[in-house]
Ligand binder design. Structure first.
Ligand code: AGP
Length: 372
């Protein structure tokens, strides 16, 4: 009913709007007064966490994209090797796991059969399993050694939005916590990022306030057949997520690429007026990546692409090559997906509406996939 949708036309719109709160709720009570993380719910002893020699993440769909982003954070802040694998592929390739592997299963519903089977396989190999889940008491957390709940609240729309942002928050918390417990040379950075996380909810709110031009752009592209998404580093999984949203909702051909791969094939797809969304990393910090993306944008634009550029406020270098420029607040590089994903959700939702599609209940899809 309209009341359930809180005055919005679709649950998806409501859930997109709830993201600042979902992010804040997921951080709530997990950062102490001294600015350290307290994850008491992770009932795996610190001594055991210090013994871990590798992290393996298993998930499907959007949760898998959260896992891909987690890999960058975990490897950087903990110096532990981290693999990310589609849950449906994982147990069929005879993965190497043992008592010192920490397996992280990410699932909004907690009922995804592929993810459940992957975690059962991991436990059979003697690994510890930590679930990141949004649904209290569901099967995946019940079968795990520990669980870190995301506090997104119920997600009704089939296309995952607020659950994704809170999965990211939970992944950063785990990465930072492992860094904190194990002690790495990144101690100062870890403390700074914990502080930055507290400002993310407000940053997501700011993005939501500036989405009208993105909606207008989406409407103007309603008769296109293909949209491409490019990103690097953590922007690469964001590109994949943007493409997945568009497939699910707008039933359009959409593909995400690592921008560095362009010249290894995908650039052949570029033609006159093809919309290409580009996620631009922060010009601060790892600015080498930023400069490389700027030249990628120049390359595709020279071949006629219509460039839709998502870039940090104050990044002037990209402006001359952007047919459409979408601004997002400045964040540390690793946290950028929390703000960069939001315009892609709005874009896909509006395109679906413009194409007359059922936003909350896309064809052929179920909210939770309980068969393999
Ligand atoms: C996302 O928009 C999808 N509907 C889908 O990819 C989903 O993320 C995937 O099926 C995993 O679901 P889960 O998080 O409930 O395990």
């Amino acid at each position: 009913s309209a009341a359930e949708k809180g005055g919005y036309d679709y649950f998806m719109l409501k859930e997109i709007a709830e993201q600042p709160k979902a992010v804040a709720d997921t951080l709530l009570g997990r950062i102490d007064a001294g600015g350290s993380l307290t994850l008491d719910e992770v009932r795996i002893d610190d001594s055991e966490l210090r013994e871990i020699d590798k992290v393996v993440i298993v998930a499907c769909g959007t949760a898998f994209h959260a896992g891909m982003i987690a890999k960058y954070a975990i490897e950087h802040w903990t110096r532990l090797p981290c693999e990310v694998e589609l849950a449906s592929e994982f147990r069929y390739r005879d993965p190497i796991l043992g008592g010192q592997s920490l397996v992280i299963a990410i699932s909004q519903s907690g009922e995804t059969m592929d993810t459940l089977m992957a975690l059962r396989h991991a436990r059979e190999q003697g690994s510890r399993v930590l679930a990141i889940c949004n649904t209290n008491g569901s099967t995946i957390p019940r079968e795990s050694d520990a669980v870190l709940y995301t506090h997104a609240g119920p997600e009704v729309a089939v296309a995952s939005t607020k659950a994704f942002l809170t999965q990211l928050v939970a992944c950063y918390l785990v990465a930072l916590y492992l860094g904190q417990v194990r002690g790495t040379k990144w101690g100062d950075e870890i403390r700074a990022v914990i502080r930055d996380l507290s400002g993310i909810s407000a940053a997501v709110d700011r993005v939501l306030e500036t989405m009208e031009p993105v909606r207008a752009l989406a409407r103007s592209l309603a008769d296109k057949d293909t949209v491409l998404f490019l990103g690097r580093h953590v922007g690469y999984p964001v590109a994949l997520e943007g493409a997945l949203k568009l497939k699910e909702l707008a039933y359009m051909h959409a593909e995400g690429f690592a921008a560095g791969e362009l010249k290894h094939g995908p650039i052949a797809l570029i033609e006159e007026d093809l919309p290409v969304v580009v996620l631009v990393p922060s010009p601060r910090g790892r600015s080498v990546l930023h400069d490389k993306i700027v030249s990628n944008i120049q390359e595709i634009r020279a071949r006629g692409a219509r460039t839709i550029v998502i870039a940090e406020e104050g990044d002037e270098a990209v402006a001359p090559y952007a047919d459409h420029l979408v601004r997002i607040p400045a964040t540390p590089t690793l946290l950028q997906p929390l703000v960069a994903t939001v315009p892609l959700q709005v874009f896909a939702c509006e395109l679906a509406t413009a194409r007359g599609n059922e936003v909350d209940q896309p064809r052929n899809l179920a909210k939770s996939v309980t068969v393999e």
